[in-house]
Unconditional design. Structure first.
Length: 322
């Protein structure tokens, strides 16, 4: 019965609050308060004390009973003030790999001269974090929520509550920012890179440059004099010019069709491992998926874009653009 009433009240409260904007201020319309178990127990004890006072006409008993009742009322007021006028803003969420925890960031700003104590932030599955806030202070609160599969992962509605100061009242509010975390597939532990597109299999290719000596060629009118191989000329082997080259990383194509494995998820996990290994070895690599290609490149931005495409491959589009 109590659980049913709780669910009905939650549904009513959530209907009052749709998606929140960029910044939320906790006003009296957003904060709900009910007694805790200790609060109900105190109310029952006060009722028994009041009946005893009436029955035995105890003047000091009345004083004690109403003093305790006033203390409970003040406790409810402080529980409300502990959350009132807080400003909340959702922050940027970094991508993670499946089975890791998504780190949802919330920025809290306390505009009042009151310190805030023992505020709890939690999601509907029970993952929570507790924090305090100084007067006129700012806090960055991180809520860690485990992930299980690739794609977009949303925190959904989260609740903010406090039992401060005496644990007699439960004051809470709901937050619903449209924040999400991109979850990459969990990379396979061991997945050798596919062969590159260089026929000699050396793992490198070269272009004209000034770094490494790569051989000699016949002199052509206009060649710079410092490039002439004078020692070769002294041995009467003709006028020749030194050639230099700059090594470039091997260019790989990480192709979905080459990712041997059972299910689609295993193939994508293998490709995620390829992307990480190719980036670590500073190889130029491109991505080839059935829904499109990524040209060969190198760098953190290219790695993140490749992992994003792998994570969202063959998944339905979210509410916003992909």
């Amino acid at each position: 019965m109590l659980s049913n009433l709780k669910n009905r009240f939650r549904a009513w409260a959530l209907r009052r609050q749709l998606h929140d904007g960029s910044t939320v201020t906790l006003t009296q319309r957003r904060i709900y308060i009910i007694p805790t178990r200790q609060g109900f127990a105190l109310a029952f004890v006060l009722l028994l004390m009041l009946l005893g006072d009436i029955n035995y006409n105890l003047s000091l008993g009345y004083v004690l009973t109403f003093l305790l009742a006033m203390m409970a009322v003040m406790s409810m007021l402080h529980a409300f003030r502990n959350m009132a006028r807080l400003q909340v803003r959702a922050g940027h969420v970094e991508p993670v790999f499946a089975t890791e925890s998504a780190r949802f960031v919330f920025h809290f700003h306390n505009n009042s001269r009151l310190d805030r104590y023992r505020i709890n932030l939690h999601d509907m599955q029970g993952h929570s974090t507790v924090f305090d806030m100084a007067a006129l202070g700012h806090s960055e609160v991180i809520l860690n929520i485990p992930t299980t599969r690739r794609g977009w992962f949303r925190a959904g509605r989260v609740a903010l509550y406090t039992h401060f100061p005496l644990g007699l009242f439960h004051a809470w509010s709901y937050l619903h920012f449209d924040t999400r975390c991109l979850v990459y597939p969990k990379p396979l532990g061991n997945a050798p890179l596919p062969p590159g597109n260089i026929p000699d299999g050396t793992g490198k290719r070269s272009m004209a440059g000034d770094e490494d000596f790569s051989g000699l060629r016949k002199y052509v009118a206009g060649d710079a004099l410092p490039r002439i191989a004078w020692k070769v000329l002294a041995r009467e082997q003709g006028l020749q010019v030194k050639q230099f080259s700059t090594p470039l990383g091997e260019e790989l194509w990480l192709d979905y069709s080459a990712a041997t494995g059972g299910s689609e998820e295993e193939k994508l996990a293998r490709m995620a491992r390829w992307v990480l290994d190719a980036e670590a070895r500073e190889l130029r690599y491109g991505l080839r998926l059935p829904d499109g290609d990524m040209p060969a490149n190198l760098g953190a931005a290219h790695r993140d874009e490749c992992l994003r495409r792998i994570a969202l491959f063959n998944l339905p589009l979210p509410d916003s653009t992909r």
